[in-house]
Design a protein around this ligand. Structure first.
Ligand code: RFL
Ligand code: PHB
Length: 393
């Protein structure tokens, strides 16, 4: 059995765990990060792509944003397509000049791993945490297995940054934990393709056949999504069927456009909203997907994860530098306020853009919402501020 002793044990090396470890290092607080998967796996996992204005600034402020600033694509608007016509929402104009940045989550993860290793700080891959114990005492313990060997980490605090399938939130007893959940009757089929994006800005579309999203990662890589049935499998979606459906759903009376190319990666993701309350139990603090899931339609998941750990790092700083626990006590309530706002926005975007197969009333409401979001300045302003910088509203 291997044993470590640290100040903060961090479970999970996704964006939340890695950024927390990095900020703690800057603050002179020691941490150990335990990650279930290999380095290669987490660096290749294709997920989010949109970084909010304030979160891009956060990455830059803590010295983790250099490559994002050089290689990320700065955007000032989105297009929304419905009823075969295209409408641009001038996000930056409506949100005090703020922009958003398109930069892959796995690039953020790569940048943060490189920083962590440069600092010589502890980060263990292929270390699966099986349990977190004694969190209601001052000496919690994290148990993991690494290369077939049992590992025990003793810490002052545990940060559960292990995503929605992790071990952390299961540590909170049933009588304390409240779980709010909504499962949507559709999934997203996402592809990454070697093809120049045919659009400069992201396009969200509602078509009779279902949802569609045109996004990108660079001048030569496109990222596209189709709303599909929850029971659909990748075998049912040949390359030709995917491209034909993307083309059809994106076509407008003026502009049929989609550039095709080899598909480099594909996956189907179920859509759900989850909130776990409270985000703290004793000396265990949950952050990111471990505490909340949003459907990706609002592009908020990674942003929320990074926003949580900013609050948590500040609270640890107050504890270690001034022995002040006020911010630790306020952590859960402070984060949950933003989390519920992001849940509301993600739910709004999701409900507006995914047509129902059998509910004509719902479809009428969706089209009225779309007209309002694209044609009414006040409605477009709320959408814009939520999209580029949730904290600004
Ligand atoms: P992560 O990234 O899931 O990281 C958790 C890490 O914990 C590890 N782990 C464990 N480690 C040790 N022991 C255990 N027992 C463990 N169990 C799990 C896992 O291996 C993993 O490495 O959570 P984190 O850090 O909270 O980050 C959250 C984001 O990953 C997530 O919210 C976003 O990807 C959501 N999301 C989007 N967010 C955005 O902000 N903008 C977007 O444009 C956006 N698009 C998306 C998305 C998510 C998508 N999918 C695939 C769900 C698009 C899609 C399709
Ligand atoms: C992406 O580029 O992967 C992306 C963009 C916007 C979303 C979700 C995902 O809402």
């Amino acid at each position: 059995m291997k044993e470590f002793r640290t100040q903060v044990a961090i479970v999970g090396a996704g964006p939340a765990g890695l950024l927390l470890g990095h900020i703690l290092h800057l603050q002179g607080i020691e941490s150990v990060i335990l990650e279930h998967r290999s380095r290669e796996y987490v660096e290749k996992r294709v997920r989010a792509g949109v970084i909010e204005f304030g979160i891009a600034n956060l990455l830059e402020d803590v010295g983790a944003g250099g490559r994002m600033r050089r290689e990320g694509l700065v955007h000032r608007g989105i297009e929304i397509r419905y009823d075969h016509s295209a409408h641009r929402i001038a996000l930056s104009e409506l949100a005090d000049g703020r922009t958003y940045t398109v930069y892959g989550q796995q690039e953020v993860v790569k940048d943060l791993i490189a920083l962590r290793l440069e600092q010589g700080a502890a980060l263990y891959f292929e270390a699966e945490v099986s349990s977190i114990e004694d969190v209601t005492t001052n000496a919690p313990i994290v148990r993991a297995s690494m290369d077939g060997e049992d590992v025990r980490v003793r810490a002052d605090f545990v940060a559960g940054c292990d995503g929605s399938y992790g071990a952390s939130h299961r540590t909170i007893p049933g009588e304390v934990l409240r779980r709010y959940e909504r499962v949507y009757p559709f999934s997203w089929l996402g592809i990454l393709a070697q093809a120049a994006p045919a659009t400069e800005e992201l396009i969200y579309g509602r078509h009779e056949n279902g949802f569609v999203l045109y996004s990108m990662r660079s001048a030569s890589i496109s990222r596209l999504y189709l709303g599909v049935r929850p029971e659909d499998t990748l075998e049912q979606w040949s390359d030709d069927r995917i491209w034909d459906e993307l083309t059809e759903r994106l076509s407008t009376d003026e502009r049929p456009e989609v550039n095709r190319g080899p598909i480099l990666e594909r996956g189907i993701t179920a859509m759900r909203s989850v909130v776990i309350e409270p985000m703290r139990y004793g000396r265990l603090f949950l952050a990111g997907d471990a505490a909340h899931i949003v459907p990706p339609t609002g592009a908020k998941g990674m942003n929320l994860a990074l926003a949580d750990v900013r609050v948590l790092a500040e609270a640890f700083d107050a504890y270690y530098s001034k022995n002040d626990e006020v911010l630790l006590d306020a952590y859960s309530a402070k984060c949950l306020e933003r989390v519920w706002r992001a849940e509301e926005f993600s739910n709004y975007m999701t409900q507006m853009l995914h047509p129902s197969e059998d509910d004509a009333f719902e479809n009428g409401v969706q089209r009225a919402r779309l007209r309002q979001a694209t044609q009414n300045r006040e409605a477009a302003t709320v959408l814009s501020r939520n999209y580029v910088d949730l904290n600004s509203l």
